[in-house]
Every structure is written in C-alpha cells, then in structure tokens.
Design a protein around this ligand. Structure first.
Ligand SMILES: Nc1ncnc2c1ncn2[C@@H]1O[C@H](COP(=O)(O)OP(=O)(O)OP(=O)(O)O)[C@@H](O)[C@H]1O
Length: 576
C-alpha cells in the first residue's frame, strides 16, 4: 500500500512527545498513528510495547487490519491493540487486590444487566459498592477503578508506563470521565498520541462524555497539534465526504454519482431496500472489486433485525426478481441469548405439566424484556417484562393470562408440541411458537439470530445427544446457555465479509466498499422531534459517520414522506 503523507502528516510523524492529531473521517489519523508506532518501535526496550487503546472490539479489529497493511510481522509483535475495557481489566486482575485486599472478580455484562434490572435502587452506586467492598468489577467500573489504583500506587503506574512508554488513544472525542481520569494517570509516565474528530462525537448523549474533552486535553498536556482537516484518503475521488459534510451542516448536499438517494412508497419499501443492496454489490463488482464489502446501516437495533428479514426473502423490483441476500448481522448477543433461552424452555415443555411449562416460558420471556430494558431502558420493555412476569404468576395460580402474547404461549402449551428427536426441526418447531402471535414478533426476530453465534451446529449436536440419552430435551436451557457463551467468544474473532448489517452507531471506525443507509417507514426514523430538537445536530453527526464509512459508493433509502436529509425543508418537516 502506498502512503503519501502531506506536509502536516510528515511533521506529525516526526514530532516527539505528546501529540494531538485531529481530522475528518478517512483523513488518515489511524494510519499516521501506526506510522508513528513503526518509527518508535526500534527504540523500545525488551518487553516494551506501543499500546493502542480503542473503544470497541470492532474498532480494535479495524486497527488490526490497518496494522497488517502498514507494519511487518516483526513490528506487529511490539504493538498491543486493546479496548479500554481489556486494558483496565488486565490492570485490575493483576493488581486490583491492592485496592481493597479482595481477590478481583469480574461481573460480565450479561449477568450485570440482569442483576441491574432486578436491583431496586441506584445501580451506579451499587456497582461502586460491589467494586470497593467485594472486589467485584462490572465493566462500567473498570476505568474508574483502574484510575483509582494508578492514583494510589506509583509502582503500578510506573510498571504500566515502563511496559507501554507510548500510548495511542483512538477516537478521543468519545472519552468518558473515568477513561479521562485513567489517561491522566498513564500520561504521567507515557507519551500520548491522541487521535480525534470532534464531529464524529456520536455518544455524547452519555452525561459523562464531555464535549469539552479535547480542550481539557489541550489545557492539561499542551500537546503539539496537527490537523489533517478534510483530507480524505478513504474515498479520495468521491463526493462522499462533501455530501456527508453537507448533511452534517444541514446544507443542500452536492449532486454526486457516489451518493444515490432513493425514495420508497409503503408498497415497495422492502423490495427497494433489497434491490438497493443488490444494485450496490453489482456496481462495486463492475468497478473491479471482486468481493465487495457492503454495510447496511440503520438507526435502531430492531430495524436492523427487520432489514435482515427483508434481505432473507425474495422480492420483485421493477419486474426483476431479487433473490435472498446472504448477510451477517452485528447483533446484540445478550438479547439473542435471552431469546434462545425462551426457545429452549419450549423444548422442555413435554417434561412438565402445561401450567408449569407455560409459566416457565413466560418467565423466560420476562427475562428477555428485562435484558432489553437493561440494555436500552424503555417504558415499553419495563411494561412487557412486568406483564409477562405477572402472566407467569397468574398461570401458576390457575388463572388466564391477560395479554395476547401470553395467551398465545399458554394456548400453544396446552395444545402441546410433539418433538421427534431431530434437533434442528424440533428447534424450529419450538421457535415457531414465537411466530404464532404478532405480540411475540420481537422475540421471534431475536431468536432467529442464534445462527449468528455460529453455534447452531454445536447446539444441534448437544441437543441431539440429550435426546439420545433421555428421549427428551431435559436441561435444554443449560445446554443452550453454555454453548452460546462459547460461541459468543468465537464470533468475536471473525471479521464479517460481504453484506453486513448493523446500527449506524456500531459502524464507527469501520470501513466498507459500499454503504446502504436505510430509514424505516414506521421505525428507525432519522429525524424525530420527540427526542431531538431541529436541526437534529446529533443525528447529523451520526449520519456523517455512517456515510463516510464507504470507500466508493453510498445509497440512502428513505420513505417518500420523510423530510429532505438536509437543507431547506428539513427542520420543519420532522418525521413522526
Ligand atoms: N497518507 C495516506 N496515503 C494513502 N492512503 C491512506 C493514507 N492515510 C490513510 N490512508 C487510507 O485511507 C483510509 C482511511 O484512513 P484512516 O483509517 O487512517 O483514517 P481515519 O482518519 O482514522 O478515519 P476515521 O476517523 O473515519 O476512522 C484507510 O484505508 C487508509 O489505508
């Protein structure tokens, strides 16, 4: 790969000490940081590494791809790319005992979400108590506790800085208060290479992500600063960045072949989304990219699930038939695991009477909504969790449940299911119960994504073994839980290719040949004045992040009734 550095880039590369590199999407900040790492690696002492800190595993993966392009295999041994969570977990596991004398243990996100939704009180206070009194660290406490440890132990701080004399901080604009406290500690002995784009700030709805973070960094460290401005190496010949900048500034976007906007009507929305993906793939192939990567991005997780259903069906668009498109979905693993527990509970139905069976499935459904509420707190998730929990109690008391979803579960249970020992067919039959009522559609969608764990064969094998042993699916829930935990770890290591669906938020830091951004007709709308005031600055930054993930082409599919993306007519026409 040929890297051409601008004059500013050359100065940034040559600069010693703490630096701040700013610039727009694709301006080459990450690449520059890796080039700086390459320059510094020969001076490292044995055992030392350059540390690259990022926020998500997806971002780490993208950086590792960049490492392969720029660094030799030998050089790559001297760079550690980690999430803040992984870095802090290492510090706490190795030295956490110094904080309170307790052997440190980790409260993983799944169990934490459930514990949180069941806890009657202020959870943020409780997790602090668990950390300080019990040595049990939830992910949200990692950075704060690791920072506290470094404040109190000069030896640990020196050890860290000795191991990592240079630390690269990615996406610094999204650093929260606890991570900032940690950065201030490690900076006492290590030099920092800090990368940021204030306009890619998309998590600032979190109260502890301060829009002033970059200025705080400047005030504290007086770094040498380099601004790559609107350099654009990701899509250098494309109007993508200009279009994205116009959307962000709420100005009329330039006309460019690289960004195509398509409007849909209710009767052709699904077919248009499907055709857009196929069209983009074919355009990219015609442009000489043999196996193009295409991201399909939407505003909400549930709408991502809907798009997956659309791409899984056949459609006819302009008299052309569109076959199902094979795709990956970056999905919420905890929700899928909770939905799989519901299906597994149905597999256990023949082992108990109808009352106990229906009640246990209704409880598993309540757990699913508790998990959902813990992930994205909402009144509807809380209401559903309470309603299914109450339905389980009513059924146990011999009463009829009140909601239609619970009634559908109870009715299916009373009718009964006849499993035959073919674990795949039996799984589908059990899952089919969730497809029997509109009220259970969300669960049904989440359960479909079990295959994303790449664990379906494993689950099938283990369920078959259970059947062979007992002629039943006794303990199906335990088997499924254990298998999914394993599958979840494995899935993290695999980089999706081809068509991949995810939320706009999850696309941050990633790069694809093409991007399709879809606005839903009834959900996943871009501009909604119920939770954001015109001119929708946060949504505009988010759309800019999504649009600029593309190297070559972008398609934006929106309902006909939606207001223009930007420019005159946007602010007054907020979508419902
Ligand atoms: N100086 C350069 N010469 C050629 N290609 C480059 C250069 N800098 C970056 N690139 C390429 O441009 C793309 C984007 O670069 P990079 O990821 O470093 O940008 P970024 O500023 O970190 O982007 P973002 O903020 O959007 O994540 C990558 O594919 C990278 O390989």
């Amino acid at each position: 790969m040929t890297i051409n550095l601008s004059d500013v880039g050359k100065c940034a590369l040559a600069a010693d000490g703490t630096v701040l590199v700013t610039g727009g999407p694709g301006s080459g900040k990450t690449t520059l940081a890796l080039l700086k790492a390459q320059r510094l690696i020969p001076a490292l002492k044995p055992g030392q590494e350059v540390l690259f800190l990022s926020f998500s595993r997806a971002a780490v993966r993208q950086v590792l791809i960049g490492c392969k392009d720029i660094l030799t295999a030998g050089e790559r041994k001297h760079i550690a790319v980690k999430t803040y969570h992984a870095f802090c977990m290492e510090i706490l596991k190795s030295h956490g005992r110094l904080l309170n004398g307790k052997c440190p243990t980790i409260l993983f996100p799944g169990p934490e979400r459930l514990a949180k939704s069941r806890f009657d009180g202020e959870w943020s206070t409780e997790v602090q108590r668990l950390a300080s009194e019990d040595g049990l660290y939830a992910f949200s406490t990692f950075a704060g506790c690791a920072a506290a440890l470094l404040v109190r132990s000069a030896s640990v701080r020196e050890l860290i800085s000795d191991t990592y004399p240079v630390i690269i901080l990615d996406e610094f604009q999204d650093t929260d208060d606890a991570q900032w406290a940690l950065v201030k500690q490690v900076a006492r002995g290590s030099s920092l290479i800090t990368l940021a784009d204030p306009d890619q700030r998309i998590f600032d709805y979190h109260a502890d992500i301060d829009p002033e973070r970059l200025n705080q960094f400047r005030a504290r460290f007086a770094p040498q600063e380099f601004n790559f401005g609107s350099d654009n190496h990701r899509s250098p010949n494309a109007g993508i960045l200009a279009f994205a900048d116009a959307v962000m500034a709420n100005e009329v976007p330039p006309v460019t072949d690289d960004v195509k906007q398509v409007r849909t009507y209710p009767n052709n929305h699904e077919a248009t989304v499907h055709a857009a993906v196929i069209w983009l793939l074919s355009k990219l192939r015609k442009a000489g990219i043999d196996s193009p990567s295409v991201a399909v991005l939407a505003r909400s997780n549930s709408y991502v699930g809907d798009i997956s259903l659309m791409l899984g069906k056949s459609h006819t668009y302009s008299k052309q038939s569109c076959k199902p498109v094979d795709h990956h979905v970056v999905w919420d693993a905890e929700l899928t695991a909770a939905a799989a527990q519901v299906v597994a509970s149905i597999l256990e139905w023949p082992l108990n009477d109808a009352v106990a069976s229906a009640a246990s499935t209704l409880e598993a459904i309540a757990d699913f909504y508790e998990m959902k509420n813990a992930e994205h707190p909402s009144k509807s998730a809380q209401r559903d969790a309470a309603s299914y929990r109450a339905a389980a109690t009513r059924v146990r008391e011999g009463k009829e449940p009140r909601s239609n979803g619970a009634k559908a579960v109870k009715a299916a249970c009373v009718t009964g299911l006849l499993f035959r020992g073919d674990s795949v067919e039996d799984w589908l039959m059990a899952r089919g119960v969730l497809g029997s009522s509109d009220k259970l559609a969300e669960l049904f969608t989440a359960a479909r994504f079990v295959r994303l764990f790449r664990a379906t064969d494993e689950i099938g094998g283990r369920l078959s073994a259970l059947w062979a042993e007992t002629g039943t699916y006794r303990d199906a829930r335990t088997v499924v839980r254990r298998t999914l935990n394993l599958g979840r770890l494995m899935a993290i290591e695999t980089e999706p290719r081809g068509v991949v669906l995810m939320t706009l938020h999850k696309s941050k830091g990633k790069e694809f040949d093409g991007v399709v951004i879809v606005e839903g007709q009834y959900s996943g709308s871009f501009f909604n004045d119920r939770w954001e005031k015109p001119p929708f600055a946060a949504t505009r930054r988010l759309l800019r992040v999504g649009i600029t993930r593309a190297r070559h082409r972008v398609m934006i599919v929106r309902p006909n009734a939606a207001p223009p993306l930007s420019g005159a007519g946007n602010s007054e026409g907020a979508a419902a």
